[in-house]
Design a protein around this ligand. Structure first.
Ligand SMILES: *Cc1c(COP(=O)(O)O)cnc(C)c1O
Length: 406
């Protein structure tokens, strides 16, 4: 079968509402960030929360192929999913780990972020389960007050790692609180605290492992925080961390969501649309039913405010967003027919659909929460080199081998 025919076969039987994940955009974003960073800085692609909703294994593979050195996840199980997909590259668990998860994580050769002795002791109880030493990153709290050790506690953890040949000190890290806010002096203060902690360790005779501090916002705005590894999250997906941070030229959003018109609905003056009748028509309208709703992550707070792109024009949501569907107004002068594609989430200016940042503003949240909120019910269609290379459709029984499609 040709790759094009293969792609078409993958689409057969798929629901109309689907997320298209452009793996070339992922690769392009990696290349752009790479050029922006010193050559001595390696990239970690952060693919937690299913790759910010994009489909972690495919994003991870694309990012690794484009030159990132390692992956970051939030939980042990997220790391295991990547291993099950055949990814053998280094994976760091960025978040806290329950002692009960340590052994399975260790066997999968995951690297751990440690901020206290109880976790380190749990790791020491199972260290030796693999031939290679367990790689430990010690995270220092420089002001986020979340998951990080006070410098003195970090010092004790580092000493203990150094004394155990089954462990290897692989990294020293910290995390910024406000790098996505322009002219926020606290980031520079956190860098100062991090450097002070690193100097203290050096004075203890520790030869420092890879240091890492920057998230996407840090990468985009704080050249002093590159160190040996930079942790690229939201910008990998082509989405800015906040409205205050400028993007690098050429960065492209990887995800778009499309759907299609399921049916047309005549709406007469005085008619109301949807639950609780929050929209009342003043003139005759043509409504279009789109099969997307809050159970897909198309939030109920878009009611009466959201829009989809139809023939390059915005088509506003009429009334309430339901669990599984919305009705939008067909724009004046637009020929619309059942089956016509619409843009629910746009990654190009021509579609008339909203960008991630638009949806975040409508919902009063950040771009991250919109992306990770897109539910598994929305199939992910992975495109590389203009061809569909894989589809992940939960519940489609002919696709149980989804890990094999690459
Ligand atoms: C999520 C996360 C990142 C990535 O942050 P972005 O803002 O998405 O770039 C980096 N480091 C840690 C510790 C994280 O938890």
């Amino acid at each position: 079968m040709s790759s094009r025919a293969h792609g078409a076969a993958l689409l057969s039987g798929l629901r109309a509402t689907r997320a298209i994940v452009d793996l070339d955009a992922i690769a392009g974003n990696v290349a752009i960030v790479r050029r922006h960073l010193p050559v001595s800085t390696q990239l970690m692609a952060v693919v937690k929360a299913d790759g910010y909703g994009h489909g972690a294994p495919w994003v991870a593979r694309a990012a690794l192929d484009a030159g990132v050195a390692m992956l970051g996840v939030a939980t042990v199980s997220e790391g295991l999913i990547l291993r099950a997909f055949g990814i053998a590259e280094p994976i760091l668990v960025l978040g806290s780990v329950d002692p009960g998860e340590v052994e399975v994580g260790c066997r999968a050769a995951l690297e751990f972020t440690v901020t206290d002795l109880p976790l380190l002791e749990a790791i020491q109880r199972v260290a030796g389960c693999t031939l290679q030493p367990v790689r430990i990153h010690v995270k220092i709290d420089t002001g986020l007050r979340r998951y990080g050790a006070e410098p003195e506690a970090a010092r004790r953890i580092v000493a203990r790692v150094g004394a155990d040949p089954r462990l290897q000190l692989a990294g020293i890290s910290t995390h910024f609180a406000s790098a996505d806010e322009l002219d926020e002096p606290f980031t520079a203060e956190q860098i100062r605290r991090f450097e002070a902690a690193c100097s203290m360790l050096r004075r203890d005779g520790i030869s420092l492992p890879a240091r890492h501090a920057a998230n996407s916002a840090g990468i985009l705005t704080h050249r002093g925080a590159d160190y040996e590894i930079a942790r690229l999250g939201i910008a990998l997906y082509g989405v800015p961390p906040s409205g205050e941070v400028d993007f690098l030229p050429g960065m492209q959003p990887a995800m778009s969501i499309e759907s299609s018109i399921a049916r047309l609905v005549r709406i007469e003056p005085g008619d109301t649309v949807g639950y609780n009748r929050t929209f009342r028509a003043e003139s005759r309208l043509l409504g279009a039913l789109i099969p997307v709703g809050y159970a897909d992550g198309y939030r109920r707070s878009f009611s009466g405010k959201g829009w989809v792109g139809m023939n390059g024009e915005p088509a506003p949501v009429l009334g309430r967003v339901s669990m599984d569907q919305i009705v939008v107004a067909v724009p004046e002068g637009t020929a619309a027919a059942p089956g016509d594609r619409v843009s629910v989430l746009s990654n190009d200016a021509m579609s008339g659909g909203p960008a991630v940042a638009d949806l975040a503003r409508l919902a009063g949240t950040n771009t991250y929460e919109i992306l990770v909120g897109i539910r598994q019910r929305v199939p992910r269609v992975f495109v590389r080199g203009g061809e569909i290379i894989a589809v992940r459709a939960v519940g489609r029984t002919d696709m149980t081998d989804w890990g094999a499609e690459r």
